[in-house]
Design a protein around this ligand. Structure first.
Ligand SMILES: NC(=O)c1ccc[n+]([C@@H]2O[C@H](COP(=O)([O-])OP(=O)(O)OC[C@H]3O[C@@H](n4cnc5c(N)ncnc54)[C@H](OP(=O)(O)O)[C@@H]3O)[C@@H](O)[C@H]2O)c1
Length: 239
């Protein structure tokens, strides 16, 4: 089994890398990082893990990586931003910032389309290909009751549309293919840190738990479920 985890330097991505390493002893795993490669002393020295430095907003870098991976079974994109050093998600439209909006689209939406473009040929060779992306429930239009977070919500809603559209194309062209948008639940990470204070008790998940949930979902869901938006507990999130 060949597995590619994008954003394996983040909390959810790194936990997924460790869990797939543990649960699939024969798997070859590629993990990407953007700024610095995580310490991974717990992974075996013979390493079945290949680390790659990758800026996912750069199509040439994605294309180069795809030319080095001929066969792929699972692709899981865990890259995303919610805030940066200067800008927090908008509480109201008055604080909307065009550059921040474009950065959200560039990191939360664009890479998935580029990954689909360049990795579909390698995934097509698998007997059970999975293309999964960590979206977020706040990207659901139907579920939006609180408002705010214009840039993040919009970028995840656009991501969801891209995934639904890909699932329709894959339904015609990739045998046994499964495309999924996933909601991990609020997970302890740098991304969620500034917003953890109001999370109800027991609802701030450890990345290790979320990684196990995601692997379970990828193992269980068959092609009939392709094109769905699924939460960590297996429930369907409305678009
Ligand atoms: N945590 C939550 O509560 C929560 C809830 C719902 C959805 N999500 C979604 O889950 C995903 C993972 O989030 P997380 O909580 O694990 O966040 P995180 O720990 O902050 O990880 C974010 C990842 O994105 C990578 N990244 C950022 N910009 C990049 C770029 N231009 N090119 C390549 N990689 C880039 C980071 O790489 P470097 O660190 O190497 O820069 C890091 O690996 C995100 O899509 C997020 O929206 C999270």
């Amino acid at each position: 089994m060949n597995i590619l985890i994008l954003g394996a330097s983040g909390a959810i991505g790194f936990a997924l890398l460790q869990q797939t390493f543990k649960q699939f002893p024969d798997a070859k795993i590629w993990g990407t990082y953007h700024r610095s490669q995580p310490e991974s002393a717990t992974l075996d020295p013979e390493s079945r893990v290949t680390w790659v430095k990758l800026d996912l907003t750069d199509e040439r870098q994605i294309e180069r990586l795809s030319s080095n991976i001929e066969n792929l079974d699972w692709l899981i994109n865990c890259v995303g931003i919610l805030h940066n050093e200067q800008v927090k998600p908008e509480k109201s439209i008055g604080s909307f910032d065009g550059d921040f909006f474009m950065q959200n689209i560039q990191i939360n939406t664009l890479p998935t389309l580029l990954l689909a473009k360049h990795f579909t040929p390698a995934l097509k060779k698998s007997t059970h290909p999975r293309f999964a992306v960590i979206s977020a429930r706040v990207g659901s239009i139907e579920d939006n009751r609180l408002g705010g977070w214009y840039s993040y919500r919009s970028s995840k809603a656009a991501l969801n549309m891209a995934l639904k559209t890909l699932s329709i194309e894959w339904g015609r062209t990739v045998q046994s293919g499964v495309v999924l948008a996933l909601h991990p639940g609020t997970t302890d990470s740098e991304l969620s840190k500034p917003f953890q204070a109001n999370v109800p008790q027991g609802k701030l998940f450890r990345p290790e738990k979320v990684a196990c949930d995601i692997i379970h979902i990828l193992q269980c869901h068959r092609p009939e479920a392709s094109g769905q938006f699924i939460a960590y507990d297996g429930t369907i999130v409305p678009w």
